[in-house]
Design a protein around this ligand. Structure first.
Ligand code: HEM
Ligand SMILES: CC(C)=CCC/C(C)=C/CC/C(C)=C/COP(=O)(O)OP(=O)(O)O
Length: 316
């Protein structure tokens, strides 16, 4: 009897923890941290201080979790109406809005304290502005009012690149802004490809995502335009900024070519949900691999290795 009560209490506790965890939309956070890591790796020219990395990623995690929790509180009415989001902790009644709000504020405070105390003030302020922008500008001002919501709101998702750069250099340089621009230009193809698959859901609650207010071909054309802006921008790290080398150059070439191929296919068959799904999934893989290439290319040893291999090939 007592054993059963303890087990039930333990299960309840686990369910509460799980609900709060789900409020943070945890599946999106790793990619935000990957972009932060890539930025830090380039800023430190591959000589990354692991303790600094750890604190920055911890602060970034709490900031992103806070932003997503605020968003869950604000959007709980429409999340209840949409099939995809109906089972989130707030619409399903597993967490009270006031508790979620307190949780979001606590996460923001932890993020700011961690970054300000163990990284630097600039990274803390940038992360906080990421939260404010995502909640105040994207969620409150734009999401329900204009199809430009993603284009402008995408800036919030690009801020982790600035946080990473600021963590290492205590400043924000041209390269940091270029990394910001890469994530910024990547966001519309990433999101609109998904929105093409789930536009019925957004239409039902009156959220004016582009494929809702315009037809599919218009959305596919916009995806194509942003793809054509994104891919050349990734090459600017090679020239004129000169902060990346051959590994990054060849990877970004191949990844970019595949991105263009998928966006082109969608442009010519904008009703095909499979093509939209394929582009959405690829956009995530693309960003992961692009950032991985940035990290690998920023290690000095990578360049020494290439020199040795080239030397070996030439001498044969
Ligand atoms: C305003 C900008 C953005 C919007 C509106 C947006 C929207 C979305 C939505 C609605 C989903 C589906 C999630 C779900 O069904 O719960 C998604 C998935 C995802 N997003 Fe974005 N996104 C944005 C920017 C970003 C950024 C900047 C990143 C990271 C760099 C990112 C990474 C991801 C990842 C990794 C997934 C897949 C999550 C999973 O496995 O389910 N997103 N995004
Ligand atoms: C530095 C810092 C704190 C950055 C945080 C930026 C951030 C949280 C970006 C995530 C963007 C994202 C996944 C939006 C989901 O849109 P939505 O919430 O409209 O999607 P939904 O339809 O699934 O609710």
């Amino acid at each position: 009897m007592i054993g059963n009560t303890v087990t039930r209490r333990y299960q309840n506790f686990l369910e509460i923890v799980q609900s709060y965890y789900q409020l943070t939309k945890p599946r999106i956070i790793p990619l935000l941290l990957i972009t932060t890591t890539a930025s830090m790796s380039i800023a430190s020219r591959g000589k990354l201080d692991l303790i600094l990395l750890l604190f920055t990623l911890a602060g970034g995690t709490f900031a992103a979790a806070s932003a997503q929790t605020f968003n869950c509180v604000y959007d709980r009415d429409i999340d209840y109406e949409m099939e995809r989001t109906r089972h989130r902790p707030l619409p399903s009644g597993r967490v009270q809005p006031t508790h979620a709000l307190i949780f979001a504020i606590a996460l923001a405070c932890i993020s700011f304290t961690l970054l300000a105390a163990f990284v630097n003030l600039l990274s803390a302020v940038l992360a906080m502005s990421g939260i404010l922008f995502y909640v105040g500008v994207y969620t409150h001002l734009l999401k329900r009012h204009t199809s430009l919501n993603i284009v402008i709101g995408g800036a919030a998702g690009a801020i982790p690149t600035l946080v990473g750069w600021a963590a290492v250099t205590d400043s924000v340089s041209w390269t940091a802004w270029l990394l910001f621009a890469i994530v910024f230009l990547w966001t519309p193809p990433h999101f609109w490809a998904l929105a093409l698959m789930i536009s019925e859901d957004y239409a039902k609650v009156g959220v004016p995502m582009l494929p809702v207010v315009a037809d599919n071909i218009t959305a596919a054309r916009q995806i194509w335009v942003y793809t054509l802006l994104l891919i050349p921008s990734t090459f600017l790290l090679l020239e004129p900024l000169n902060v990346m080398g051959a590994i990054y150059g060849s990877t970004t070439f191949i990844l970019g070519a595949i991105f263009i191929k998928k966006a082109w296919a969608l442009l010519h068959n904008s009703e095909d949900k499979q093509l939209a799904r394929s582009l959405f999934l690829y956009s995530i893989l693309y960003m992961m691999l692009l950032c991985a290439a940035m990290v690998i290319d920023s290690f000095p040893i990578t360049h020494k290795l290439i020199e040795v291999i080239l030397g070996f090939l030439v001498s044969r």
